[in-house]
Design a protein around this ligand. Structure first.
Ligand SMILES: Cc1cn([C@H]2C[C@H](O)[C@@H](COP(=O)(O)OP(=O)(O)OP(=O)(O)O)O2)c(=O)[nH]c1=O
Length: 201
């Protein structure tokens, strides 16, 4: 993908979203930030041995931003990563329904954390990053509820095998922290980082 520079020629105002997640694009749009380009990063998302969830989210957001930056000189690059963790255990983005079932069984009836890593690279090479944590309570799920949820397909492409913005809203009595962070991008913190680096939408 080629770098998009605005019609007014302000290359320093151009923003590239380094993500394939439609949720991230929608959340940015919701607050009036329209990326000039969307260019997903292709990075190895394998967690390292004993890597803590917050470090993992930070490392991946940074890796995604760095992978995409060379393709868009003169632009701000925004990348993020969402990690669901129960204690020290990082849950996968389930590749199949059986793994999604295991995730939901593990999360059922307990509290877990969602770590949202955000990394922004400025055109001059400066970097700003943040990991935002949201605590999520999931009610106890019966086997038939889990099965219905798996049948809905809502778990596809979602860290931890659920999407709070979809049917799984029925499973979550409360959260503590940013809702947008669970959906895929901690919006307030992201806007603060962009502003701190001098991004001018
Ligand atoms: C927990 C949770 C995650 N998710 C999504 C957000 C992310 O898109 C996804 C986590 O995977 P990520 O690897 O963070 O992102 P991605 O693969 O979708 O996109 P990219 O790497 O290109 O940026 O899970 C929800 O939509 N709702 C939820 O409630």
């Amino acid at each position: 993908m080629t770098t998009t520079v605005r019609e007014d020629g302000r290359g320093a105002g151009c923003l590239v979203l380094a993500s394939a997640s439609p949720r991230r694009r929608d959340l940015l749009r919701q607050v009036g930030v329209e990326p000039d380009a969307v260019d997903p990063a292709d990075v190895d998302e394998t967690p390292r041995k004993q890597e803590l969830p917050a470090s993992y989210a930070r490392r991946l957001a940074r890796a995604k931003a760095r992978a995409v930056a060379p393709r868009h000189p003169g632009c701000f690059i925004l990348a993020a990563d969402t990690v669901v963790a129960a204690g020290r255990r990082t849950l996968p983005k389930p590749p199949d329904a059986e793994t999604a079932r295991q995730c939901l069984e593990l999360l059922s009836g307990g509290r877990h954390r969602v770590y949202g890593g955000v990394c922004i690279l400025a055109p001059d090479g400066r970097m700003a990053e943040r990991v935002v944590v949201t605590q999520v309570k999931m009610k106890r799920l019966h086997a038939d509820e889990i099965q219905r949820y798996l049948d809905s397909g809502d778990w596809h492409d979602k860290a931890g095998g659920y999407a709070i913005q979809g049917r799984a809203a029925a499973f979550i009595p409360w959260i503590n922290g940013s809702y947008a962070n669970v959906v895929g991008l901690p919006v307030v913190e992201t806007l603060n980082l962009l502003e701190g680096l001098g991004y001018d939408p």
